[in-house]
Design a protein around this ligand. Structure first.
Ligand code: NAD
Length: 297
């Protein structure tokens, strides 16, 4: 009846693209990101079970009829947890939400013979909705059997981005490891210098307030997660060391008061950015206008 379909739509919140799917098990489903996916999947009408850290003695019972298993445990435990999933139903979809992709994807392909997909939601648990958020995915095995999941993410509002695990991890070296590490060091530096934050803020232009917010927000989050992300790959540490070296070279320029060298390097970088430099200037102006509008609301 009209009434039934109205109320069931109300209860489920999102259209369910795979109503025949057997239960979904989220390993680590009581954690921050696991909880978010549990809520979204439940709102979409799927049956969701959690396999928490204390539940391994009941694992066979929880996993025996799984239609999909999502691994969402701390990064440093991910591969050892995946290694324990060798007994899933053959047609079960195995997925993970880990912020690094090569190691976990390899581990999933080794332990499970059925469909596999690696996922990296490019957001934390604090977002109000998935609108405009990106979910990166890495094909593992039998992509035709998880197109429904990718479409389900789009129904939630997410944008999808397909990439190989290796390219993902290379990109994350800059996008996550180096960026979080420079924020971390900037935070350490601020704490050591110990300025009055309130005064800094009152002296700040909106762009500096944004920078302060970018740095400060890191320290409202989980040290383990960010330590794991930064130290997850030797290439991250190698990249950070190259950055450190360039920092040192740039400081030599300062010690020598070499403004010519500064201008020359500046010109090289602006040439490298090319049209993007102007594009980023315009984009940041737009962001600042929005930030300004929302603080005055
Ligand atoms: P979290 O620490 O909040 O959650 C992890 C959960 O796993 C906890 O509930 C913990 O009790 C559980 N757990 C630990 N060991 C377990 C085991 N052996 N078996 C079953 N459960 C176990 O961490 P999180 O922030 O939700 O991160 C989970 C995953 O999501 C990580 O791979 C992380 O890279 C990824 N991720 C997190 C974010 C974020 O901003 N939080 C963003 C993108 C991706």
């Amino acid at each position: 009846t009209m009434r039934e379909s109205y109320s069931s739509e109300n209860d489920s919140g999102f259209k369910c693209l795979n109503p025949e799917l057997r239960p979904i098990v989220i390993v680590g489903g009581n954690g921050q990101l696991g909880k978010l996916f549990n809520r979204l999947l439940t709102l979409s009408g799927y049956q969701v079970k959690v396999l928490g850290s204390q539940d391994w003695d009941r694992a066979d019972e929880i996993l025996h009829d799984a239609g999909m298993v999502i691994v969402s445990v701390p990064i440093h435990l991910t591969e050892s947890v995946i290694a324990k999933l060798g007994n899933l139903p053959e047609d079960c979809l195995l997925a993970d939400l880990t912020s690094v992709k090569s190691g976990p994807l390899q581990a999933m392909l080794e332990v499970h013979k059925g469909p596999v997909v690696g996922l990296h939601p490019m957001f934390g648990p604090d977002i109000p909705s998935l609108a405009k958020q990106v979910i990166v995915y890495c094909d593992g095995r039998n992509p035709e059997s998880y197109q429904w999941l990718l479409e389900q993410f789009q129904i939630w509002g997410a944008t999808l981005n397909r990439i190989s695990a290796i390219e993902h991890d290379q990109g994350m070296t800059l996008i996550q490891a180096l960026r979080h590490f420079t924020s971390f060091v900037y935070g350490v530096h601020l704490a050591e210098e110990d300025p009055k934050l309130e005064q800094l803020m009152s002296l700040s232009s909106p762009i500096y307030r944004l920078e302060l917010a970018m740095v400060g927000r890191l320290f409202a989050q989980d040290a383990q997660l960010y330590g794991d992300i930064i130290m997850s790959a030797p290439q991250n540490i190698a990249m950070i060391k190259r950055f450190h070296q360039r920092f040192g070279e740039a400081i030599e320029m300062l010690d020598a008061q070499d403004k010519e060298a500064f201008k020359q390097a500046f010109g090289q970088v602006s040439g490298w950015f090319g049209d993007y430099a102007e594009h980023f200037l315009a984009e940041s102006q737009g962001l600042l206008r929005q930030a300004n509008d929302s603080t005055h609301r």
